[in-house]
Ligand binder design. Structure first.
Ligand code: GLV
Ligand code: MN
Ligand code: MN
Length: 413
C-alpha cells in the first residue's frame, strides 16, 4: 500500500483552524467550551463528515469521528489529540494530532484500504488546565481516572461548574457515561509536536515516545493581613505576597536541587488581593505545576514544598492552604504500538529518537485503558505554549505519514 499525505491541504487546514482564536494572530487562545472552541470543533466535524466519518460526542464533550470498519464490533484503533489552546499559545499544540490524524485517515482511504477494524479520531475535552484548573479532563473521564462526581463540580474562574458549562453547550448526558468499557480500543496513538528542543538538537525528524512524565498540580492560598501601604509599619506586616515569593523560590530550589534534570516546577499564576499599588497584599493564590519522569523524585519536591509552606507560615504569621488538584503516575508506552511506529519509520528510512515526553498529553490517560504510544515531530527552538510555536509542513507531513502507516499496522493485528 502506497500512502500519500496531502501536505498542502493539511497545512492550509492548520491555518484555517488558527483563525478560531480569541487573540490576534499569530497568537492562538482557544479555551475549552467557549463559543470560539465550539466553532473550531464544529469546523473540524464538518471536515470529518466530508471524509465519511461517523460522529459522536460523549457527555464530557469528547468528540469521536469513526471510519467504520467491515467488522464494527471489533475494538477500534484510536488516534487524536486536543484543539483547546492556552492563552497566547500557538497553532500546533494538539492541532497537529487532530488534523494530522484526520489526514492520516484520508490517506488510508485514498490508498483504497478497506479496514476490518474501525479507526477513530478523537478530539479530547480540555487537555489544557486553563479553565477548570486540571488538564486532560476528557481523557481522565473516559479512562475512569477522574470520578464523574468530582468533575461535575469543578468550577471555572467565574464559579461556573463543568456540569453547567457542558449543559449550556448542549451536552446533557451523565458524566458517568463517558467512561469507556475495558478493551474499547485495540490501541491508541497520538501525534504531537515535541514542545522541547531535543529533536532539533539531535537533528532527528521524529521521536517515538516511550514514557510520559508524571505531572502534579496544586493551588496554594496564602492569607496574611492587608492594610495601608504607608500606615502599616514593616515590623507589623504579614504580607501574603512576600510569603508567596519565599514559597516560589523554595519550590525552584527544590526542583533545581533534585539531582536530576528531569525535575521541573513552575508557578505560572499569581493572584494578589486586593491588588492595589498602595495596599499590603492580604491574600495570594498561586498555581503550582511539578513534573518528573521519576515519581519518587516528584513526590520529594512536593514534600519539600509542604515543609516550606509550614516554615513560611510560622515565620511570617500567615496561613498557607494547599489544595492538591492532581498527582498522576507516569505512563509507560506500549511495546506493540512503539513497534508499529518504529516499523513505519524504518519502512520510509526516517531516522527517529526514542524519547520521554516531559509534557503531559491525553495519551497519559489513554495508556490506562489501551496500549498507547506517541509520535513527536520537531518544533522550532523547542518553543511551545507561545505564539511563535512552529512546526514545518514537511515535518508535519512526515509525522502524519508515519502515523498513517502505524494505524494501518495496528488495525491489521
Ligand atoms: C500540556 O499542555 C502540558 O502542560 O504538558
Ligand atoms: Mn499544551
Ligand atoms: Mn498538547
Amino acid at each position: 500500500m502506497k500512502l500519500a499525505i496531502d501536505q498542502q491541504r493539511l497545512a492550509s487546514e492548520i491555518e484555517s483552524l488558527a483563525v478560531f482564536s480569541e487573540t490576534e494572530a499569530p497568537a492562538v487562545t482557544r479555551v475549552v467550551l467557549t463559543p470560539t472552541e465550539r466553532m473550531a470543533r464544529a469546523w473540524i466535524k464538518e471536515r470529518c463528515v466530508e471524509a465519511g466519518l461517523i460522529l459522536r460526542d460523549d457527555a464530557a464533550g469528547n468528540t469521536f469521528a469513526r471510519w467504520v470498519g467491515s467488522d464494527p464490533e471489533a475494538a477500534a484503533v484510536g488516534t487524536g489529540s486536543h484543539i483547546d489552546a492556552i492563552p497566547n499559545a500557538g497553532k500546533y499544540d494538539g492541532v497537529v494530532g487532530v488534523l494530522g490524524g484526520l489526514e492520516a485517515i484520508r490517506s488510508l482511504q485514498r490508498a483504497g484500504l478497506r479496514p476490518k477494524r474501525s479507526i477513530e479520531l478523537l478530539i479530547f475535552t480540555s487537555e489544557e488546565p486553563t479553565r477548570f484548573g486540571i488538564g486532560c479532563l476528557g481523557s481522565r473521564l473516559l479512562s475512569g481516572t477522574l470520578m464523574a462526581d468530582v468533575a461535575r463540580n469543578l468550577a471555572d474562574g467565574d464559579g461556573t461548574t463543568l456540569a453547567s458549562v457542558l449543559r449550556t453547550a448542549g451536552l446533557a448526558g451523565s458524566l458517568e457515561s463517558a467512561k469507556l468499557p475495558a478493551g474499547f480500543y485495540k490501541a491508541f496513538v497520538e501525534l504531537h509536536i515535541e514542545q522541547g528542543p531535543i529533536l532539533e538538537q539531535e537533528r532527528k525528524p521524529l521521536g517515538i515516545v516511550e514514557r510520559i512524565a508524571a505531572p502534579a498540580s496544586l493551588r496554594l492560598t496564602i492569607e496574611g493581613s492587608g492594610g495601608h501601604a504607608g500606615g502599616v509599619l514593616m515590623p507589623d506586616r504579614r504580607d501574603a505576597l512576600c510569603a508567596a515569593a519565599e514559597l516560589i523560590l523554595a519550590l525552584e530550589h527544590a526542583a533545581r536541587n533534585s539531582g536530576a534534570i528531569d525535575t521541573v516546577a513552575t508557578v505560572g499564576m499569581c493572584d494578589v488581593f486586593p491588588g492595589a499599588v498602595n495596599s499590603v497584599p492580604a491574600r495570594v493564590r498561586l498555581s503550582v505545576d511539578i513534573r518528573d519522569t521519576d515519581l519518587q523524585r516528584r513526590d520529594g519536591v512536593m514534600r519539600s514544598l509542604k515543609s516550606a509552606c509550614e516554615g513560611v507560615a510560622a515565620k511570617r504569621q500567615v496561613t498557607v492552604e494547599s489544595e492538591l488538584l492532581n498527582a498522576d503516575a507516569p505512563a509507560e508506552c506500549d511495546p506493540s504500538v512503539i513497534g508499529a511506529l518504529r516499523e513505519a519509520c524504518e519502512k520510509h528510512g526516517f531516522p527517529f529518537l526514542p524519547m520521554t515526553s516531559r509534557a503531559y498529553h491525553d495519551s497519559l490517560f489513554m495508556s490506562r485503558i489501551a496500549p498507547t504510544a506517541m509520535l513527536f515531530i520537531p518544533c522550532r527552538n523547542g518553543y511551545s505554549h507561545r505564539p511563535d510555536e512552529y512546526a514545518s509542513p514537511d515535518d508535519i507531513a512526515r509525522g502524519t505519514l508515519v502515523l498513517a502507516e502505524a494505524l494501518a499496522t495496528l488495525i491489521a493485528n
